[in-house]
Design a protein around this ligand. Sequence first.
Ligand code: EPZ
Length: 429
Amino acid sequence: MDRIRIVGGNKLSGSIPISGAKNAALPLMIASMLTDETLTLENVPHLADVEQLIRILGNHGVDYSVNGRRENQLGPYARTINFTAKNIVNTTAPYELVSKMRASFWVIGPLLARMGEARVSLPGGCAIGTRPVDLFIDGLQQLGAGIDVESGYVLARTKDRLIGNRYVFPKVSVGATHVLMMAASLARGETVLENAAREPEIADLATCLNAMGARIEGAGTRTITIDGVDRLHGAVHSVIPDRIETGTYAMAVAMAGGDVVLEGARAEFLEAALDVIRQTGAEVQPLNSGIRITRNGAGIAPVDVVTEPFPGFPTDLQAQFMGLMTMAKGRSKITETIFENRFMHVQELARLGAHISLSGQTAIVDGVKKLKGAPVMATDLRASVSLVIAGLAAEGETTVNRVYHLDRGFERLEEKLSGCGAVIERISG
Ligand code: EPZ
């Protein structure tokens, strides 16, 4: 199993290209099943989760092809992938595929909308929580689907076609908002989604669906209106830059010190996080080409944070921020309100010398002057990168094991950081 070796102490300087957003690419790829024509996605990140979803879509009969480089192509890594669901040959998403990547459960929306039936494995829990799907089931039933849950599978079917309706989310859910927006696009009549998720990835999916012929308004706000159409056609869509990757590298610079431009980043996708990073003492300067992050020797100020749905501070940056706070000049409180078990990184950060105590859903971090490198274990995608952030400033060598968690959501992380002066390498084996 690969691991990442870091020797802390170097400042970062130069630039880091920000990749396409994993959490936009996944729903966009699934949306390709809503049409029998080709959906071309540009700026798709090269990630394990993307490869896994390509396999899952292939299981339903979706063809894909990857374009070669074009002379004016964005960044060195971005890929353009064509997805064609000419015929959907299989409406079952099996446990062995869905359990590996939770977002694959979202195929239930397009399968129902296009085929009138779906048999999708319950995704099961994961390291950060039980991850129920009750809101998906509730919402699809509101659109007229008949749903049973048996032997670990959700069986969904419609008599004829989904029927537009009004659905009020009892709590904000990104995935359920994606799925109901996709399903309602091909329903008969109008659907209104209230208390919908407002993440930028929702608006990105709506932009793509509208390019495919859907009629969606209000994506990115609490109320989304979808006027169903009979069919969708192919389109070309470019994936938005990854706001979580952006926030992660901004915190890496705040931790290690230095001056880095995050190429292609869009500040409007993570204002709450950038504001918190400013409060820690780093300078954050939006540019036309991205965002410039600078932190000189003045140290890291402690800041309290509570995670919230967008536009609040994102749960996907909570672990990274805790990494940064381990060396703040004082106490900070970090409260996780979205997932019930998203503090696995605490024990690993403690192995590096961090002083963190837990009180319910709040972590109390007392910053220390020095962290000391040590072998640590990655437990989930975002926790693993918080260990990298801490390792950048820890004295001596830190080895992060089980980096397959990292590879799910961070494209060529060690290349991007070593390109800015970090001593970091991947050790295969
Ligand atoms: C998406 O997950 C993201 N994943 C997550 O990122 C992110 O942390 C999360 O949204 C919150 O922003 C992708 O986009 C692929 P939710 P999702 O439905 O859609 C509860 C990462 O690191 N809930 O918004 O699964 C749920 O348990 C990942 O990239 C129900 O109770 O999250 C959670 O407590 C991790 N019933 C809360 O809602 C449901 O039917 C928010 O979950 C659905 C969700």
